[in-house]
Design a protein around this ligand. Structure first.
Ligand code: HEC
Ligand code: HEC
Ligand code: HEC
Ligand code: HEC
Ligand code: HEC
Ligand code: HEC
Ligand code: HEC
Ligand code: HEC
Ligand code: HEC
Length: 410
């Protein structure tokens, strides 16, 4: 009886294993055979493509070579295999047609939670218009998505993963020869790589920062026009946009022209913050040196620079507190509070509201003064302690000397 139990368990386990598909079979079909067990002709001859293909999502969903290329997957000779509606290496427009046969069909895409608008979007852009005109420089689906190892953009190997997008776009946009006929400059990738956004993406892995598509869109890539730039940047920099809109740079000029928006002072591809000491200088790029606008810029600059100094002295005061051996947690807490106000300065100065700026500066000043006072007290007390120690040392040394002379006498 006792020996029968393990046997039953073993048989049951074997039955369960047989009933379930082998590991991986459910998601990664064995591509070299067809459902009825006969050879899948395309891969008999094109075995070299198998490895790349099984790594992509298409193979995971049972899509095979003939779904895109056509032909007869049963045939084992080139002629019949490549017969019928066979497309060898599809050209750019044929590729769009192939991909769109599934990806432009909402009924097919719904079950995967994918939008079906890629081609429709592409058509609205210069890229799509060139493509439809049969221009070979235009990007087609397979210029940005590997048609064999097709991956979602969340996969780090995909050409549409945030850190890879700039290179995917740059393959054409950094190509002098290709861009020349269109009169487009080729510096976007290089400028972007070094910008605050590029560093955030490449160095900090901060994907909240925009790669090329964060400002241009992916399938409908277009340069934002002058009136749109504020909205493009403002999607992420919400408070800055709000502040800018409240000031004189928020709308149109007296003559009715739309102002440049964010790119009046920052650049689009080499985006950086502006050094506080060059604020007035920035205004002077457009306004006359003796203009009220430049004087306003000087006032703002002074305010920002003063606030920066306050923050610097607060940091120094905290390190002094540390040296005296005092607890710094309270001072650090207050410093963080000041930092919140300080960060607001960088935002609200976009509205040129000097009154608001002064308010923030006063708040910062009162906090940092508190921290500095605490440090001063600590340093003073430290000296007092040291002074108190002098009589103590004197007393100890006298005792030692006395003891020494006593001993020598004895
Ligand atoms: C008997 C072997 C054989 C079979 C079966 C076969 N092919 Fe080919 N295929 C070839 C050879 C050889 C070439 C290269 C010469 C040529 O273009 O005809 C080729 C070329 C191709 C090309 C590239 C064409 C180009 O212009 O670069 C594609 C795509 C292709 N095959 C797809 C398929 C698909 C899809 C199937 C299955 C329906 C398939 N093949 C079945 C042998 C085969
Ligand atoms: C999702 C659609 C799709 C599927 C599935 C697909 N291909 Fe392709 N294939 C393409 C496209 C698009 C091109 C054009 C290449 C380009 O534009 O870079 C291509 C090009 C090719 C080429 C010629 C160029 C090259 O890369 O060598 C061959 C050969 C080929 N495919 C074979 C295959 C085989 C074999 C399979 C099955 C394992 C397969 N393809 C599955 C879309 C597909
Ligand atoms: C036979 C239908 C079919 C064809 C043809 C097809 N696809 Fe797909 N595609 C799918 C299915 C199904 C998925 C899987 C959905 C999923 O897992 O998200 C998919 C997924 C994708 C994904 C990943 C989407 C994501 O974010 O998950 C990309 C990118 C993609 N396809 C691009 C292409 C390109 C480019 C072509 C043409 C070269 C193409 N597809 C041709 C059906 C197709
Ligand atoms: C200029 C490059 C480029 C071209 C051309 C392009 N794509 Fe994309 N595609 C992208 C990028 C970048 C993403 C990622 C978008 C994101 O992460 O928000 C993407 C995402 C996708 C997705 C995932 C779902 C989605 O819409 O976000 C699918 C599916 C897809 N593309 C299919 C296609 C098809 C089909 C074509 C051709 C009609 C095509 N793409 C042409 C760059 C491109
Ligand atoms: C296969 C090459 C190729 C790829 C890849 C490519 N582009 Fe382009 N792009 C072009 C060409 C060619 C033009 C010129 C169109 C014109 O001016 O007629 C262009 C134009 C543009 C324009 C200007 C359009 C206008 O209206 O002036 C923008 C913006 C742009 N591309 C952004 C992107 C972005 C973002 C990516 C990556 C997601 C990308 N491109 C990928 C070839 C490419
Ligand atoms: C922070 C937003 C932003 C990012 C990120 C960005 N762009 Fe732009 N791009 C713009 C704006 C705004 C314009 C329009 C400038 C104008 O009209 O003066 C533009 C214009 C362009 C143009 C038209 C030609 C030109 O240089 O004026 C191309 C091409 C282009 N961008 C490609 C790219 C590529 C490729 C990347 C990624 C490496 C990229 N952009 C990243 C905002 C951005
Ligand atoms: C998709 C969201 C997004 C868009 C669109 C965007 N940004 Fe940014 N921006 C960020 C993020 C995230 C950072 C990085 C913040 C960090 O590293 O602390 C950043 C950083 C910056 C910085 C540097 C800030 C610093 O502290 O040094 C400036 C300046 C800037 N962006 C301006 C712009 C301008 C101008 C535009 C439009 C042309 C724009 N941004 C579009 C998200 C965005
Ligand atoms: C009139 C010139 C001007 C315009 C227009 C402008 N900025 Fe600025 N921006 C500055 C200056 C000056 C600074 C540096 C302020 C400082 O050091 O405190 C700055 C700093 C920034 C920062 C860094 C803030 C931080 O926390 O350090 C961001 C982000 C930013 N700007 C985004 C934008 C966006 C988005 C727009 C458009 C909505 C815009 N800027 C329009 C002058 C401008
Ligand atoms: C890219 C050019 C440019 C830069 C840089 C610039 N401005 Fe302006 N500014 C303008 C234009 C254009 C107007 C609208 C003039 C009109 O209405 O005709 C304007 C309007 C103003 C006005 C409204 C009163 C007036 O003089 O018309 C003030 C105030 C002002 N700017 C302050 C500043 C300050 C402060 C800075 C620096 C922080 C600055 N601007 C930087 C272009 C610029």
């Amino acid at each position: 009886m006792t020996s029968a139990r393990p046997l039953t368990v073993l048989i049951a386990a074997a039955l369960v294993a047989i009933a379930q598909p082998a590991r991986g079979q459910g998601t990664r079909p064995v591509l070299t055979t067809r459902a009825d067990g006969t050879a899948y002709g395309c891969l008999v001859c094109h075995a070299d493509k198998r490895r790349a293909f099984v790594q992509g999502v298409h193979s995971e969903w049972g899509i095979r070579c003939h779904d895109c290329h056509g032909g007869d997957p049963v045939a084992l000779e080139v002629g019949p295999a490549h017969a019928g509606e066979f497309v060898g290496a599809p050209d750019k427009l044929q590729t769009v047609e192939i991909c769109s046969s599934c990806h432009a069909d909402p009924d097919q895409m719904r079950q995967y939670g994918l939008p079906a608008d890629q081609f429709a979007e592409l058509k609205t852009s210069r890229h799509g218009q060139l493509l439809e005109a049969g221009n070979r420089d235009a990007p087609t689906c397979s210029d940005c998505h590997d048609p064999h190892t097709t991956l979602p953009s969340s996969d780090a190997r995909s050409a549409t993963f945030p850190t890879n997008i700039p290179r995917t776009c740059g393959r054409c946009h950094s190509d002098t020869e290709m861009m020349e006929p269109y009169g487009l400059v080729i510096d976007q990738l290089e400028e972007f790589r070094q910008s605050a956004h590029g560093r955030a993406i490449f160095e900090d892995g901060n994907f909240a920062a925009p790669s090329c598509i964060g400002c241009h869109g992916s399938h409908a890539a277009l340069p934002p026009d002058v009136g749109e730039i504020v909205n493009v940047c403002g999607r992420c920099h919400i408070d800055v946009r709000r502040a800018l809109a409240s000031g004189p740079h928020g709308g149109t000029t007296e003559s009715g022209n739309v102002l440049l928006g964010c790119t009046a002072c920052h650049t689009n591809h080499g985006t950086e913050s502006i050094d506080s000491e060059s604020i007035a200088e920035t205004c002077a790029r457009c306004h006359e040196e003796d203009d009220a606008a430049v004087r306003l810029g000087e006032q703002i600059e002074e305010g920002v620079v003063r606030a920066e100094r306050e923050m610097e002295s607060a940091r120094e005061a905290i390190s002094e507190l540390g040296i005296t051996g005092r607890r710094t947690s309270d001072a650090r807490f207050r410093y963080r509070h000041a930092l919140t106000e300080f960060r607001q300065i960088a935002e609200v100065q976009h509205g040129f509201d000097v009154e608001q700026l002064t308010d923030l500066e006063l708040k910062i000043s009162s906090i940092t003064k508190g921290i500095e006072a605490a440090a001063e007290v600590a340093v003073e007390e430290r000296w007092e302690h040291r002074l108190l120690l002098i009589p103590l040392w004197f007393f100890a040394l006298s005792i030692a000397a006395l003891a020494y002379f006593r001993l020598r006498k004895a």
